[in-house]
Design a protein around this ligand. Structure first.
Ligand code: ADP
Ligand code: MG
Length: 267
């Protein structure tokens, strides 16, 4: 009997489908085109549920553009983007997503409680639950003493935590965070990462963009983005092993085809 390569192809795609059917995010050749620019260029990835997926890449590599497609704020120009099995954008799915944008979109003249109440109504958190949820999040994120202060009095770190509280209000199944710890001190970073891990353990999927390599180490899976292209997507250990590098930064440079220059010691 002649070999049947089509048969093999079917098996492969069936395996992919099985993996993908339960995934939080499936991108199939997704592009986002702005005029002459492919900000995201034929990106394919499968992100399982309950993991922390770190999207790593230099400024302008397309991180925010991809995240905005995931949350349904931007439509892909090409390809298919499925969240929990449903093509985006989709309003029902959007309601299951929490999004912390790169620059927090909050009302500075309102108190934290008023901001949370406003977004609670937007996300349709039932009134009876909202008050409890606000207290719970403010406690967890160490903002209880600030609930009745206007946001214009908040520090950067407090605003980041306020923004995270808003993203978490409706207990989303998918949490999308755009450089959530930028400008935060190391202690606060650690607190937030503990929080992310707790959420993932409870089954929430987290998609986090960062250019911090030590944060990348804390992710279950990492995607390296450069010029809109996903160079690799795997565990931190596998990315190091595949490139023969000890540091993720060097692994990234190898994947990007960049020379690794020796670091000059400080004088
Ligand atoms: P990152 O978040 O990794 O810094 P972005 O996704 O913000 O990257 O941007 C990727 C590229 O797309 C950049 O060159 C940026 O200038 C461009 N870009 C992003 N949004 C738009 C837009 N709305 N119109 C035109 N170009 C855009
Ligand atoms: Mg960005």
């Amino acid at each position: 009997m002649p070999a049947r390569p089509e048969g093999q192809a079917t098996m492969v795609s069936l395996a992919l489908l099985t993996e993908a059917s339960d995934a939080a995010i499936v991108a199939e050749g997704v592009s986002r085109i702005f005029g002459p620019l492919r900000a995201i260029d034929r990106l394919s990835v499968v992100i399982p549920r309950g993991v922390i997926y770190g999207l790593l890449g230099p400024s302008g590599s397309g991180k925010t553009t991809f995240l905005r497609m995931v949350v349904g704020a931007l439509r892909p120009s090409e390809g298919r983007l499925l969240i929990f099995g449903t093509p985006m954008p989709d309003r029902k799915i959007a309601a299951r997503i929490g999004y912390m944008p790169q620059s927090p979109a909050l009302y500075p003249d309102l108190t934290l409680r008023e901001n949370l109440a406003f977004f609670g109504a937007v996300y349709r958190v039932p009134r009876q639950q909202l008050e409890h949820r606000i207290d719970e999040l403010a406690t967890d994120l160490d903002l209880l003493a600030w609930l009745d202060h206007p946001l214009y009095r908040f520090s950067t770190g407090m605003l980041q935590r306020a923004s995270l509280a808003i993203a978490l209000l409706h207990e989303p199944d998918l949490l999308v965070l755009d450089e959530p710890t930028i400008g935060l001190d190391p202690l606060l970073r650690r607190v937030l990462w503990q929080r992310f891990r707790t959420l993932a353990s409870a089954g929430t999927t987290l998609l986090i963009s960062t250019h911090s390599m030590d944060e990348a180490e804390r992710c279950d899976l990492l995607g390296f983005l450069r010029n809109g292209r996903l160079l690799a997507s795997d565990t931190p250990a596998a990315l190091r092993a595949a490139t023969g590098q000890e540091s993720l930064e060097d692994a990234f440079l190898v994947l990007a085809g960049q020379p690794i220059l020796p670091v000059e010691p400080a004088r």
